[in-house]
Design a protein around this ligand. Structure first.
Ligand code: AOF
Ligand code: ZN
Length: 337
Protein backbone atom coordinates (compact mmCIF):
# COMPACT_ATOMS: atom_id res chain seq x y z
CA UNK A 1 0.00 0.00 0.00
CA UNK A 2 2.92 2.28 0.68
CA UNK A 3 3.98 1.76 -2.94
CA UNK A 4 0.43 2.49 -4.12
CA UNK A 5 0.45 5.75 -2.12
CA UNK A 6 3.74 6.70 -3.76
CA UNK A 7 2.13 6.08 -7.17
CA UNK A 8 -0.89 8.21 -6.18
CA UNK A 9 1.41 11.11 -5.17
CA UNK A 10 2.50 11.43 -8.78
CA UNK A 11 -1.02 12.60 -9.60
CA UNK A 12 -1.38 15.24 -6.85
CA UNK A 13 -2.51 18.54 -8.40
CA UNK A 14 -3.16 16.97 -11.80
CA UNK A 15 -6.35 14.95 -11.49
CA UNK A 16 -9.07 17.42 -10.49
CA UNK A 17 -12.02 17.14 -10.36
CA UNK A 18 -10.95 13.54 -9.64
CA UNK A 19 -8.77 12.51 -6.70
CA UNK A 20 -5.18 11.29 -7.08
CA UNK A 21 -5.18 7.48 -6.83
CA UNK A 22 -2.45 4.82 -7.07
CA UNK A 23 -2.57 1.04 -7.54
CA UNK A 24 -0.04 -1.78 -7.33
CA UNK A 25 -0.54 -5.44 -8.33
CA UNK A 26 1.34 -8.16 -6.50
CA UNK A 27 1.59 -11.90 -7.16
CA UNK A 28 3.61 -14.36 -5.07
CA UNK A 29 5.09 -11.41 -3.21
CA UNK A 30 6.36 -9.76 -6.39
CA UNK A 31 5.14 -6.49 -7.86
CA UNK A 32 3.82 -7.24 -11.34
CA UNK A 33 2.21 -3.90 -12.22
CA UNK A 34 1.70 -0.35 -10.99
CA UNK A 35 -0.12 2.75 -12.12
CA UNK A 36 -1.71 6.02 -11.11
CA UNK A 37 -4.61 8.14 -12.30
CA UNK A 38 -2.99 10.79 -14.48
CA UNK A 39 -5.83 13.07 -15.39
CA UNK A 40 -9.64 13.25 -15.29
CA UNK A 41 -11.10 11.45 -18.29
CA UNK A 42 -8.11 9.12 -18.51
CA UNK A 43 -8.01 5.56 -17.11
CA UNK A 44 -8.22 5.09 -13.36
CA UNK A 45 -5.25 3.84 -11.36
CA UNK A 46 -6.51 0.22 -11.32
CA UNK A 47 -6.74 0.09 -15.11
CA UNK A 48 -3.30 1.66 -15.49
CA UNK A 49 -1.84 -0.98 -13.16
CA UNK A 50 -3.65 -3.83 -14.95
CA UNK A 51 -2.41 -2.58 -18.34
CA UNK A 52 1.11 -2.35 -16.92
CA UNK A 53 0.98 -5.95 -15.62
CA UNK A 54 -0.42 -7.29 -18.92
CA UNK A 55 2.29 -5.52 -20.84
CA UNK A 56 5.07 -6.66 -18.53
CA UNK A 57 4.01 -10.28 -18.04
CA UNK A 58 1.28 -11.32 -20.50
CA UNK A 59 -2.42 -12.22 -20.15
CA UNK A 60 -2.10 -14.78 -17.33
CA UNK A 61 -0.11 -12.52 -15.02
CA UNK A 62 -3.13 -11.41 -13.04
CA UNK A 63 -4.71 -14.72 -12.08
CA UNK A 64 -4.68 -14.87 -8.29
CA UNK A 65 -2.94 -11.51 -7.90
CA UNK A 66 -3.65 -8.98 -5.14
CA UNK A 67 -4.53 -5.38 -6.05
CA UNK A 68 -3.52 -2.65 -3.58
CA UNK A 69 -5.43 0.56 -4.30
CA UNK A 70 -5.33 3.83 -2.34
CA UNK A 71 -9.07 4.44 -2.91
CA UNK A 72 -12.12 2.21 -2.94
CA UNK A 73 -12.49 1.11 -6.58
CA UNK A 74 -15.31 2.87 -8.40
CA UNK A 75 -18.39 0.80 -9.08
CA UNK A 76 -20.58 2.77 -11.49
CA UNK A 77 -19.99 4.21 -14.93
CA UNK A 78 -18.53 7.76 -14.98
CA UNK A 79 -16.32 9.14 -17.74
CA UNK A 80 -14.69 5.71 -17.56
CA UNK A 81 -16.09 2.18 -16.96
CA UNK A 82 -16.18 0.90 -13.35
CA UNK A 83 -12.90 -0.39 -11.90
CA UNK A 84 -14.74 -3.14 -10.02
CA UNK A 85 -15.50 -4.69 -13.47
CA UNK A 86 -11.88 -4.21 -14.55
CA UNK A 87 -10.55 -6.00 -11.45
CA UNK A 88 -13.08 -8.85 -11.80
CA UNK A 89 -12.28 -9.34 -15.52
CA UNK A 90 -8.55 -9.26 -14.81
CA UNK A 91 -8.98 -12.25 -12.46
CA UNK A 92 -7.42 -10.87 -9.28
CA UNK A 93 -8.23 -12.86 -6.14
CA UNK A 94 -7.75 -10.11 -3.50
CA UNK A 95 -8.41 -6.38 -3.40
CA UNK A 96 -6.96 -4.26 -0.59
CA UNK A 97 -7.82 -0.57 -0.48
CA UNK A 98 -7.09 2.32 1.88
CA UNK A 99 -9.73 5.11 1.79
CA UNK A 100 -13.46 4.88 1.23
CA UNK A 101 -14.53 6.94 -1.78
CA UNK A 102 -16.08 10.22 -0.49
CA UNK A 103 -18.07 10.40 -3.75
CA UNK A 104 -21.58 9.22 -2.77
CA UNK A 105 -21.95 7.56 -6.21
CA UNK A 106 -19.26 5.03 -5.21
CA UNK A 107 -19.05 5.03 -1.39
CA UNK A 108 -19.61 1.50 -0.10
CA UNK A 109 -20.33 0.15 -3.57
CA UNK A 110 -17.21 -1.88 -4.27
CA UNK A 111 -17.17 -4.51 -1.51
CA UNK A 112 -20.41 -6.38 -2.32
CA UNK A 113 -19.67 -6.35 -6.07
CA UNK A 114 -16.15 -7.69 -5.65
CA UNK A 115 -17.20 -10.26 -3.01
CA UNK A 116 -20.02 -11.61 -5.13
CA UNK A 117 -17.40 -12.28 -7.82
CA UNK A 118 -15.42 -14.35 -5.29
CA UNK A 119 -12.77 -11.73 -4.57
CA UNK A 120 -11.56 -11.21 -0.99
CA UNK A 121 -11.68 -7.57 0.07
CA UNK A 122 -9.92 -5.68 2.86
CA UNK A 123 -10.09 -1.93 3.45
CA UNK A 124 -8.76 0.80 5.73
CA UNK A 125 -5.10 -0.18 5.25
CA UNK A 126 -2.95 2.98 5.75
CA UNK A 127 -6.21 4.93 5.51
CA UNK A 128 -4.90 7.97 7.44
CA UNK A 129 -2.10 8.49 5.00
CA UNK A 130 -4.30 7.85 1.97
CA UNK A 131 -7.06 10.13 3.30
CA UNK A 132 -4.57 13.02 3.42
CA UNK A 133 -3.97 12.68 -0.29
CA UNK A 134 -7.64 13.12 -1.11
CA UNK A 135 -8.50 15.87 1.39
CA UNK A 136 -9.30 18.41 -1.36
CA UNK A 137 -11.51 15.89 -3.21
CA UNK A 138 -13.28 14.95 0.03
CA UNK A 139 -13.86 18.64 0.89
CA UNK A 140 -15.49 19.23 -2.48
CA UNK A 141 -17.63 16.10 -2.25
CA UNK A 142 -18.78 17.03 1.25
CA UNK A 143 -19.34 20.79 0.90
CA UNK A 144 -19.10 22.03 -2.69
CA UNK A 145 -16.23 24.25 -1.53
CA UNK A 146 -12.58 23.76 -2.46
CA UNK A 147 -9.77 22.93 -0.01
CA UNK A 148 -8.07 26.27 0.72
CA UNK A 149 -4.36 26.46 1.53
CA UNK A 150 -3.40 29.87 2.91
CA UNK A 151 0.21 30.54 2.07
CA UNK A 152 1.96 33.39 3.75
CA UNK A 153 5.51 34.64 4.19
CA UNK A 154 6.27 37.02 7.03
CA UNK A 155 9.00 38.55 9.09
CA UNK A 156 9.49 37.72 12.76
CA UNK A 157 7.19 40.64 13.59
CA UNK A 158 4.46 39.33 11.28
CA UNK A 159 4.98 41.89 8.51
CA UNK A 160 4.49 41.08 4.86
CA UNK A 161 6.81 43.67 3.38
CA UNK A 162 10.27 45.03 4.02
CA UNK A 163 10.81 48.70 4.86
CA UNK A 164 10.61 51.09 1.88
CA UNK A 165 13.77 51.19 -0.19
CA UNK A 166 14.83 47.63 0.64
CA UNK A 167 14.38 44.67 -1.70
CA UNK A 168 10.92 43.18 -2.14
CA UNK A 169 11.60 39.62 -0.90
CA UNK A 170 11.35 38.51 2.68
CA UNK A 171 12.13 34.87 2.10
CA UNK A 172 15.07 33.38 0.22
CA UNK A 173 15.12 31.53 -3.12
CA UNK A 174 14.79 28.16 -1.37
CA UNK A 175 11.44 29.15 0.15
CA UNK A 176 10.27 30.48 -3.19
CA UNK A 177 11.16 27.14 -4.83
CA UNK A 178 9.09 25.43 -2.13
CA UNK A 179 6.15 27.73 -2.96
CA UNK A 180 6.38 26.57 -6.58
CA UNK A 181 5.92 22.97 -5.41
CA UNK A 182 2.92 23.90 -3.28
CA UNK A 183 1.36 25.81 -6.20
CA UNK A 184 1.69 22.60 -8.19
CA UNK A 185 -0.64 20.87 -5.70
CA UNK A 186 -3.54 23.22 -6.45
CA UNK A 187 -5.87 24.02 -9.32
CA UNK A 188 -6.26 27.73 -8.65
CA UNK A 189 -4.38 30.54 -6.93
CA UNK A 190 -6.52 33.26 -5.41
CA UNK A 191 -5.29 36.79 -4.75
CA UNK A 192 -6.61 40.32 -4.21
CA UNK A 193 -6.63 43.36 -6.49
CA UNK A 194 -4.46 45.07 -3.90
CA UNK A 195 -1.74 42.43 -4.22
CA UNK A 196 -1.88 42.63 -8.02
CA UNK A 197 -1.40 46.40 -7.88
CA UNK A 198 1.29 46.35 -5.23
CA UNK A 199 3.39 43.27 -6.14
CA UNK A 200 2.52 42.53 -9.77
CA UNK A 201 2.83 38.79 -9.03
CA UNK A 202 2.93 36.07 -11.72
CA UNK A 203 1.24 33.38 -9.61
CA UNK A 204 2.38 30.74 -12.08
CA UNK A 205 4.33 27.49 -12.25
CA UNK A 206 7.74 28.22 -13.68
CA UNK A 207 9.39 24.78 -13.79
CA UNK A 208 8.41 22.86 -16.95
CA UNK A 209 8.31 19.59 -14.98
CA UNK A 210 5.71 21.05 -12.59
CA UNK A 211 3.50 21.94 -15.57
CA UNK A 212 3.90 18.62 -17.34
CA UNK A 213 0.58 16.82 -17.82
CA UNK A 214 -1.49 19.66 -16.36
CA UNK A 215 -2.77 23.16 -17.10
CA UNK A 216 -1.46 26.31 -15.49
CA UNK A 217 -3.46 26.86 -12.28
CA UNK A 218 -6.31 29.36 -12.64
CA UNK A 219 -5.27 32.76 -11.29
CA UNK A 220 -8.24 34.39 -9.63
CA UNK A 221 -8.17 38.09 -8.72
CA UNK A 222 -10.84 39.11 -6.20
CA UNK A 223 -11.66 42.81 -6.45
CA UNK A 224 -14.70 45.05 -6.38
CA UNK A 225 -12.86 47.60 -8.54
CA UNK A 226 -11.79 45.70 -11.68
CA UNK A 227 -11.09 49.00 -13.49
CA UNK A 228 -8.33 49.73 -10.96
CA UNK A 229 -6.28 46.69 -12.03
CA UNK A 230 -3.18 47.54 -14.09
CA UNK A 231 -3.68 46.22 -17.67
CA UNK A 232 0.03 45.61 -18.03
CA UNK A 233 0.34 43.36 -14.93
CA UNK A 234 1.84 39.91 -15.74
CA UNK A 235 -1.47 38.16 -15.00
CA UNK A 236 -3.07 40.01 -17.92
CA UNK A 237 -0.18 39.97 -20.37
CA UNK A 238 1.75 36.70 -19.98
CA UNK A 239 1.37 33.55 -22.11
CA UNK A 240 -1.25 32.17 -19.70
CA UNK A 241 -3.45 35.25 -19.48
CA UNK A 242 -6.51 33.21 -20.52
CA UNK A 243 -6.10 31.40 -17.19
CA UNK A 244 -6.67 34.65 -15.25
CA UNK A 245 -10.15 35.35 -13.90
CA UNK A 246 -11.38 38.55 -12.23
CA UNK A 247 -14.29 38.18 -9.80
CA UNK A 248 -16.05 40.41 -7.19
CA UNK A 249 -14.33 40.29 -3.86
CA UNK A 250 -17.56 40.75 -1.94
CA UNK A 251 -18.91 37.39 -3.08
CA UNK A 252 -15.79 35.32 -2.79
CA UNK A 253 -17.51 32.26 -1.33
CA UNK A 254 -19.70 32.23 -4.44
CA UNK A 255 -16.54 32.39 -6.57
CA UNK A 256 -15.06 29.42 -4.69
CA UNK A 257 -18.20 27.39 -5.41
CA UNK A 258 -18.14 28.50 -9.05
CA UNK A 259 -14.53 27.32 -9.37
CA UNK A 260 -15.58 23.89 -8.10
CA UNK A 261 -18.70 23.60 -10.22
CA UNK A 262 -17.56 25.15 -13.47
CA UNK A 263 -13.81 24.57 -13.54
CA UNK A 264 -13.48 21.30 -11.65
CA UNK A 265 -11.26 22.85 -8.97
CA UNK A 266 -10.52 20.77 -5.85
CA UNK A 267 -7.73 22.79 -4.21
CA UNK A 268 -7.00 26.50 -4.04
CA UNK A 269 -4.02 28.42 -2.74
CA UNK A 270 -4.63 31.81 -1.19
CA UNK A 271 -1.67 34.14 -1.77
CA UNK A 272 -2.59 37.65 -0.74
CA UNK A 273 -2.26 40.37 1.85
CA UNK A 274 -3.52 40.35 5.42
CA UNK A 275 -6.95 41.79 4.78
CA UNK A 276 -8.28 39.22 2.33
CA UNK A 277 -6.60 36.41 4.32
CA UNK A 278 -8.44 37.74 7.39
CA UNK A 279 -11.77 37.65 5.59
CA UNK A 280 -11.18 34.04 4.54
CA UNK A 281 -10.30 33.14 8.13
CA UNK A 282 -13.31 34.98 9.57
CA UNK A 283 -15.61 32.98 7.31
CA UNK A 284 -13.98 29.66 8.24
CA UNK A 285 -12.72 29.10 4.70
CA UNK A 286 -9.07 28.22 5.43
CA UNK A 287 -8.30 24.51 5.64
CA UNK A 288 -4.52 24.44 5.66
CA UNK A 289 -1.76 26.91 6.45
CA UNK A 290 1.73 27.12 4.98
CA UNK A 291 3.65 29.90 6.70
CA UNK A 292 7.21 30.91 5.93
CA UNK A 293 9.00 32.99 8.49
CA UNK A 294 12.01 35.04 7.49
CA UNK A 295 14.57 35.92 10.16
CA UNK A 296 14.00 39.69 9.84
CA UNK A 297 12.29 42.39 11.84
CA UNK A 298 10.71 44.86 9.44
CA UNK A 299 8.28 47.13 11.28
CA UNK A 300 5.44 48.82 9.42
CA UNK A 301 1.68 48.63 9.42
CA UNK A 302 0.69 45.46 7.53
CA UNK A 303 0.47 42.14 9.33
CA UNK A 304 -0.03 38.69 7.86
CA UNK A 305 -3.68 38.40 8.79
CA UNK A 306 -6.19 40.99 9.97
CA UNK A 307 -9.60 40.21 11.44
CA UNK A 308 -10.86 37.93 14.18
CA UNK A 309 -8.38 35.10 13.68
CA UNK A 310 -9.41 31.46 13.84
CA UNK A 311 -11.38 29.97 16.74
CA UNK A 312 -9.39 28.72 19.73
CA UNK A 313 -6.28 30.55 18.64
CA UNK A 314 -6.15 28.81 15.27
CA UNK A 315 -4.95 25.40 16.34
CA UNK A 316 -3.23 23.45 13.60
CA UNK A 317 -2.88 19.68 13.44
CA UNK A 318 -0.47 17.44 11.58
CA UNK A 319 2.23 20.09 11.90
CA UNK A 320 5.26 19.81 9.72
CA UNK A 321 8.12 22.27 9.98
CA UNK A 322 11.59 22.58 8.61
CA UNK A 323 14.28 25.01 7.70
CA UNK A 324 14.21 26.12 4.05
CA UNK A 325 17.40 28.08 3.30
CA UNK A 326 17.52 30.83 5.95
CA UNK A 327 13.75 30.67 6.52
CA UNK A 328 11.45 28.41 8.50
CA UNK A 329 8.44 26.71 6.94
CA UNK A 330 5.48 25.59 9.04
CA UNK A 331 2.60 23.67 7.53
CA UNK A 332 -0.51 22.29 9.21
CA UNK A 333 -4.22 21.58 8.91
CA UNK A 334 -6.70 23.91 10.59
CA UNK A 335 -8.28 22.03 13.50
CA UNK A 336 -12.03 21.68 13.24
CA UNK A 337 -13.77 24.06 15.62
C1 AOF B 1 -11.04 4.71 -8.90
N1 AOF B 1 -9.77 4.84 -9.36
O1 AOF B 1 -8.08 6.06 -10.10
C2 AOF B 1 -10.03 7.20 -9.46
C3 AOF B 1 -11.33 7.04 -8.92
O2 AOF B 1 -15.50 10.14 -14.29
P1 AOF B 1 -14.61 9.01 -13.93
O3 AOF B 1 -14.99 7.72 -14.57
O4 AOF B 1 -13.14 9.32 -14.09
O5 AOF B 1 -14.87 8.73 -12.36
C4 AOF B 1 -14.55 9.71 -11.41
C5 AOF B 1 -14.87 9.20 -10.02
O6 AOF B 1 -14.17 7.98 -9.78
C6 AOF B 1 -14.38 10.18 -8.95
O7 AOF B 1 -15.41 11.09 -8.60
C7 AOF B 1 -14.07 9.25 -7.80
O8 AOF B 1 -15.23 8.92 -7.09
C8 AOF B 1 -13.55 8.02 -8.50
N2 AOF B 1 -12.10 8.13 -8.69
N3 AOF B 1 -11.79 5.81 -8.65
O9 AOF B 1 -11.53 3.60 -8.75
C9 AOF B 1 -9.24 6.02 -9.64
N4 AOF B 1 -9.53 8.41 -9.78
ZN1 ZN C 1 -12.29 3.58 -11.10
Amino acid sequence: MRRAIAEARRGVGRTSPNPPVGAVLVRDGIEIGAGWHRRAGQPHAEREAIADALQRSGPDALRGATAYVTLEPCSTHGRTPPCTDGLIEAGVSHVVYASTDPNPAHAGGADPLLRSAGIEVASGVLADEADRLIRPFAKVQGTGLPWVIWKTAMSLDGRLTRPPGEGMWLTGPEARAEVQKIRAEVDAIVTSGETVRRDRPRLDLREPELLEGREMPWRVVLTDRPDSLPDDAPLFTDAHRERTLVRPRMDFEKTLRELVRERGVNAVMLECGGRLAGEFADRGLIDEVVAFMAPMICGGPVTALAGEGLPDGAGLDQIEFRQVGPDVMLRGIVREG
